[in-house]
Design a protein around this ligand. Structure first.
Ligand code: HEM
Length: 510
């Protein structure tokens, strides 16, 4: 380890800290090391350097104030093989990324999220309807909802069922793509470049990369062509990609870039929102007291006779606090997505060399007992006491409630859309249902496991069971009626449905 670097675990010759680098749920080990080495420490990965930040003040200085020079991403060979430099979320910081990001910003404004409220609200109604009919499949319903909602606002085309081709094929592709990106899933091409020369016929990873590339392109170009056809037929429905297509030249996007802007936004939105909403339900089941308070609040403000709308959200401080607490308690991306510095950075008395990978240990920050009272306990109230949930009386102004959406120029462009859609869904799920532990054969409650999570770069609850029941018979009736009333909104987003999709849709509207 170079003498100017922040401290870190002892290294071995050549490999540095590679032998102790955690392969599963790295945020836990990163948080343990933070206790030992502090809010900024370093890891040597062969000749390269990784810096781990667990101090919100240092995160603010390095990633926010110096965002112009800390917004690169690591160069990952397998990403290049699959996307050839077209992935906004994983691309290096450069002209292609800038053009894509410009387009994403132009369409994902808070006002645009409001314009898309009718379809978001209608998709949430279908979610309630699906929960009502087959509550045991809630995990799948959430998957359909998140994918269909983002597909509707981006490409103007919804998926009435999880089995609808666009949704099921998308999740199949994402499953394989995420598996390929997991640390350790491929040989260390980036550390030992000679491995890149292995021919495809001897390399299962290269074959997987080619297969995923084909699937990804078929989906993303397919979405785009469907939108173009709709526009040609005069069937615009205000979807965001209609605007991107119209302003393509202004944004500096060629056809490949345009298809990938849309596709990568669907990637960014689907699994994150899905995993967040699963954590939301998991915590409601695990913490009945919090659920009771949220129920009381929504009954007081919204009443029994109508669904909740975004206009109610401001009147629901406890539910807003509950949503922040879910982000804190189980952040979707506990280490965000790694950044890379493009110049040498001097910070405290250290020098971080150009090209170092920077991990923001969001998990460590949000579970730091110096910042949060009893951080392992679930307490929405903490966000009613201080704005960012930290202990009263300490100076934690560098820490924003949006940390889980990233920092600086690479922070999440979908934040407004995500917050709007998750607020609508969370309010209405609380309005409509009780969430209770599943029962075993003897009728005893089975406690949910708050630690049963996937162990990769993002964390999602492993499938769990629970009992979801409508809170009153009237509410069940209101949901059925609202679902029928949503037909008019849905129709503008239903194109090219398969025979099975059509049969499904017609069953309810006839
Ligand atoms: C619960 C919901 C979501 C969470 C927790 C989340 C979180 C994140 C995080 C942590 C990052 C990396 C930030 C960084 O590097 O500093 C990110 C990036 C990104 N997110 Fe989200 N996100 C969510 C929803 C969405 C939605 C709805 C969209 C699309 C509409 C989206 C699209 C993206 C994209 C394209 C990037 C890459 C940005 C870049 O590298 O320039 N995300 N998100």
């Amino acid at each position: 380890r170079e003498t100017d670097l922040p401290p870190g675990p002892p290294t071995l010759p050549f490999i540095g800290n590679l032998h102790v680098f955690p392969r599963e749920a790295p945020h836990h080990q990163f948080t343990e090391w933070a206790k030992q080495y502090g809010g900024i420490y370093s890891l040597k990965i062969g000749p390269g350097t990784a810096i781990v930040l667990s101090d919100p003040n240092i995160v603010k200085v390095l990633l926010e104030k110096r965002s112009a020079t800390t917004s690169d991403r690591p160069s990952i060979y397998i990403v290049k093989l699959v996307t050839r430099g077209l992935h906004m979320g994983l691309n290096r910081y450069g002209e292609t990324w800038k053009a894509m990001r410009r387009a994403a910003h132009a369409i994902l404004t808070p006002q645009a999220a409001t314009r898309q409220l009718p379809i978001q609200q209608a998709e949430a109604v279908q979610l309630l309807y699906d929960f009502l009919n087959t509550p045991e499949s809630f995990h799948r319903h959430l998957g359909r909802y998140t994918n269909s909602a983002i597909m509707s606002v981006l490409f103007g085309k919804r998926s009435p069922r999880y089995e609808t081709r666009e949704t099921s094929e998308f999740f199949r592709m994402m499953h394989d793509w995420a598996a390929l990106l997991e640390p350790g899933a491929t040989p260390p091409f980036d550390l030992i470049p000679i491995l890149k020369l292995i021919p495809q016929r001897w390399s299962a990873w290269k074959r997987a990369a080619s297969r995923i590339r084909v699937m990804q392109r078929a989906l993303y170009f397919g979405y785009l062509e469907d939108t173009e056809k709709r526009v040609e037929n005069g069937e615009e429905n205000g979807s965001y990609m209609e605007e991107v297509l119209a302003r393509r030249e202004e944004f500096g996007l060629d056809r490949e870039m345009t298809a990938y802007v849309g596709g990568v936004l669907v990637e960014g939105a689907s699994e994150t929102t899905w995993s967040y909403l699963n954590s939301f339900i998991l915590t409601l089941v695990a913490f009945p007291e919090a659920q009771k308070k949220a129920h009381e609040e929504i009954d007081r403000v919204v009443g029994q006779d109508r669904l909740a709308t975004l206009a109610d959200f401001e009147q629901l401080p406890y539910i807003r606090a509950l949503l922040f607490e879910v982000h804190r308690f189980r952040p979707v991306a506990p280490l965000l997505v790694p950044h890379v510095t493009t110049i040498n950075q001097r910070i405290e008395n250290y020098i971080i060399p150009k090209g170092s990978t920077i991990f923001v240990n969001a998990w460590g920050i949000l579970h730091d007992p110096e910042l949060f009272d009893d951080p392992e306990s679930f307490q929405p109230e903490r966000y009613l006491i201080t704005e960012n949930g930290t202990k009263p009386g300490i100076d934690a102004s560098s820490l924003k409630t949006t940390l889980t959406f990233g920092v600086g120029r690479r922070s999440c462009p979908g934040i407004h859309l995500a917050q709007t859609s998750m607020s609508i869904v969370a309010m209405n799920l609380l309005w409509a249902f009780d969430f209770k532990p599943a029962l075993d054969a003897q009728g005893n409650e089975i406690a949910v496991d708050l630690f049963a999570y996937s162990k990769g770069v993002t964390m999602a609850p492993l499938p769990f069971e629970c009992r979801i029941t409508p809170r009153t018979g009237d509410k069940a009736e209101i949901i059925r009626r609202e679902f029928l009333d949503a037909t008019d909104v849905f129709e503008k987003f239903e194109f090219g449905l398969s025979a099975d999709d059509k049969a499904f849709v017609e069953r309810f509207t006839r």
